[in-house]
Design a protein around this ligand. Structure first.
Ligand code: ASP
Length: 267
């Protein structure tokens, strides 16, 4: 059996779920779970509704630096603060498959992408410019960048389980307000993403909170009582958090705020 589950980022409207169902039904036709999750995240990166790839939010200095990751059981790749590419998730896959490393950041990640044939691309949008004005006001009024109830985040993610073989992928422009150089949970194994022993998870929410909690690893450790662990996390977090994934064959979707998600299955 093949299954794939996508999230549109915690804070994203449920009205986007039919779109995510459509992308899930396209992606499930790929032959391999890694191909499927990368294809799904690329659809989302190219869709202006989401904060990943084209449509990514801007840093306080007006730049766009993106994070993305992919994982299968026993292998991982991520890019951190990559700039001027269309599909960071594809570069993360290439880091995993074509480089001797598992993580590349900043100029090194961007250079690696160009060397691997990704053309220079400007992911900025009018919507991102408007959001930048709002985030500059928040940052000016509160130096701690207190996020709850202020800005939405809208990272995208996908987890696929094809006959027990699991892959996950994530991509984001980050949360806002944020400084240039800030790194969230998306490219960090065990925080935003984890695939291990028949368990796969992709997380969304304020990256600082997800990293402090090692959210994905925490839920993996608690997989025998997943729902109870999630309830305890959700009731103790003032921040928006969401996860999708598979615990064995069972798909799960948990979020403490609205979160568009999509699902497809092929027997
Ligand atoms: N987790 C992402 C970050 O903090 C944002 C999101 O989930 O939308 O960079």
């Amino acid at each position: 059996m093949r299954q794939i589950i996508l999230h549109g980022g915690v804070g994203s409207s449920d009205e986007l779920s039919p779109l995510l169902n459509k992308y899930a039904s396209f992606s499930i036709n790929y032959g391999d779970p890694l191909d499927a999750v990368v294809a799904a995240v690329k659809y989302l990166e190219d869709d202006l509704n989401f904060n990943a790839g084209t449509g990514s939010v801007m840093r306080l200095d007006g730049s766009i630096q993106m994070d993305a990751s992919v994982m299968v059981d026993g292998n991982f790749g991520s890019v951190i603060n990559i700039e001027s590419v269309k599909n960071p998730v594809q570069v993360a896959r290439e880091v995993m498959e074509k480089s001797p490393h598992v993580m590349l950041c900043g100029d090194g990640a961007t250079k690696f992408a160009f060397e691997n044939g990704h053309p220079r691309y400007d992911p900025s949008t009018e919507r991102a410019r408007k959001r930048l004005e709002e985030s500059r006001v928040i940052a000016k009024n509160d130096k701690r960048f207190l996020y709850p109830g202020t800005q939405s985040v809208d990272t995208v993610g996908a987890v696929a389980n094809f006959d027990g073989k699991i892959a996950a992928a994530l991509s984001t422009g980050g949360s806002s307000p944020m400084m240039r150089g800030r790194v969230g949970d998306t490219p960090i194994l065990g925080s935003g993403i984890l695939v291990r022993d028949g368990f796969g998870i992709a997380a969304t929410g304020i990256g600082e909170e997800i990293i402090r909690r090692q959210l994905s690893f925490d839920l993996y450790c608690a997989r025998d009582r997943l729902e109870a662990e999630w309830k305890s996390i959700a009731s103790n977090s003032p921040f928006a958090l969401g996860v999708v994934g598979f615990n064995g064959k069972e798909p799960f979707v948990y979020a403490n705020k609205s979160m568009a998600h999509g699902y497809a299955k092929l027997d």
